[in-house]
Design a protein around this ligand. Structure first.
Ligand SMILES: N[C@@H](CCC(=O)N[C@@H](CS)C(=O)NCC(=O)O)C(=O)O
Length: 198
């Protein structure tokens, strides 16, 4: 099978790769756990998603997958030069190192876990920790529509994918109007709307 295969459920980090595949207009096949005989361990020894198999190139780590796909297929989402690529990497690493795990903790302890298993203190602590990075992102967007260039790039997609958890966790974003407007622009992208509807 030479078509791009994307392993993982939509409601997981796999959403990032699916969103990008739609943005790029790729012909892909989503493969999920309920498929008979499918074992994620065959594409990722950690058994985690997303993973992809692109004509024999088997890759895991959501952000590495997205950087690979965007550089392979090019277009407006891809970096146009080394400086853009550096800024894209800066924001992508920032999102996964400074925001992701705290956002996930808040999401689990406010929404995803069964009520009796939620830890409200942990959630509140996470919301407190997020204030600084949310402020940094809000300031970065004070005089621009998009993070890196005057167009929507993979930096916006990668960072918005992480920030969507903050929104889903119902963190109050009232103090961050630039961030809120930018996240709204990102989440209104037809490619994402299509994935979330499916
Ligand atoms: N750093 C990895 C994290 C992957 C990850 O933890 N994925 C979750 C789903 S969002 C998973 O597969 N969890 C199942 C497990 O931990 O066994 C990435 O960005 O791809």
């Amino acid at each position: 099978m030479s078509r791009l295969q994307i392993f993982g459920a939509t409601r997981s980090r796999t959403l990032r790769a699916l969103w990008l595949a739609e943005e790029l207009g790729l012909d892909y096949h989503q493969r999920q756990k309920d498929e008979t005989g499918l074992d994620y361990l065959t594409v990722n020894p950690a058994g985690k998603v997303p993973s992809i198999d692109d004509d024999g190139l088997v890759l895991s780590e959501s952000m590495a997958i997205n950087m690979y796909l965007v550089k392979k297929h090019g277009g407006d989402l891809a970096p146009r030069d080394l400086a853009e690529e550096a800024m894209i990497l800066q924001w992508t690493f920032w999102a996964v190192t400074e925001v992701e795990s705290t956002a996930l903790s808040v999401l689990f302890n406010r929404v995803l876990r069964p009520e009796e298993e939620r830890d409200a203190n942990l959630a509140d602590q996470g919301v407190g920790t997020l204030q600084k990075p949310l402020g940094i992102l809000n300031d970065a967007l004070a005089d621009r529509q998009w993070l890196v260039a005057d167009r929507f790039t993979i930096a916006d997609l990668n960072v918005a994918a992480v920030l969507s958890w903050v929104k889903l966790a119902q963190v109050d974003l009232g103090a961050f109007p630039n961030l809120t407007a930018w996240l709204g622009r990102c989440m209104a992208r037809p490619a994402l709307v299509k994935i979330l509807k499916s």
